[in-house]
Design a protein around this ligand. Sequence first.
Ligand code: LHQ
Length: 260
Amino acid sequence: MFETLLISDENRVRTITFNRPDELNAVNAAMAGELVAALKEAAKDAGVRCLVLTGAGRGFCAGQDLKAVGRRSGEFDFSKTLRETYNRIVTAIRTMEKPVIASVNGVAAGAGWSLALACDLRVASSQAKFVTAFGKIGLVPDAGMTFALPRLVGPARSLEITWLGEPISAERALELGLVNRIEEPDNLASAVLTLAESLARCAPRSLALTKRAINASLGNDLPTQLDYEAQLQGIAGVTKDYAEGVAAFVEKRAPEFTGE
Ligand code: LHQ
């Protein structure tokens, strides 16, 4: 049981809901610690085939709880907090061997936006908005934002977004490739669940190895990536799920994957 998170499971999809709605789900120390623990649990639970992160109430996540950091410089150890919490959270999402979807139900600000960016896919409510106010509060983008943004939109747009801090609507985010899909607010949760269930029906190792390959590609040259693909296909091609996938295809039935 967590104090700041709600956890629910449905059809092999785990949903972690940030649950500090009065603060637009801003992250305090308790929530950061619980998130690290919840991600670890989801990663090792073979019954969880896909993970969804979302927020309770009208916000997705407003980033670091600014009321918890103090107003005087030196009062709060930013580097330590980042290294000991946010960096672990982002690493856990990026290295999780299963799909992680951000269901962005409302505003995602600062490190809250970074958490959405760390996810593999983003589905936004048409009412969602994305805010970085780092220039306005005298901080720099963190929690992986400077890693994810240039990979999605390139360096010039990343600087424009992070320097100016102009709020980005869901529609603009879709145009820029910052989100995969937009849904009407009332439809968001069910559309994300449907998407997550489709992923949960796929062969788990195939999804995991594909995530590894796509992540690695951005740091690899072509020969290295081709060799990496050959290596991963060598692993996938001897799984029971590969045999099941081929058998199901030949027998014209839906495959039942076990993750082996
Ligand atoms: C909040 C927050 C919040 C506490 C809304 N904290 N209460 C830094 C340090 C170390 C490590 C990690 O990373 C970082 C980077 C960061 O994440 S720095 C923080 C970045 N986030 C922001 O700068 C967002 C600050 N919030 C806002 O600009 C607005 O609240 C947004 C644009 C998100 C939403 O605006 P509105 O829809 O007008 O809502 P609101 O401002 O009225 O907020 C509702 C409540 O939520 C309000 O509480 P109250 O008791 O007055 O009703 C806010 O104080 C609270 N809240 N964000 N980050």
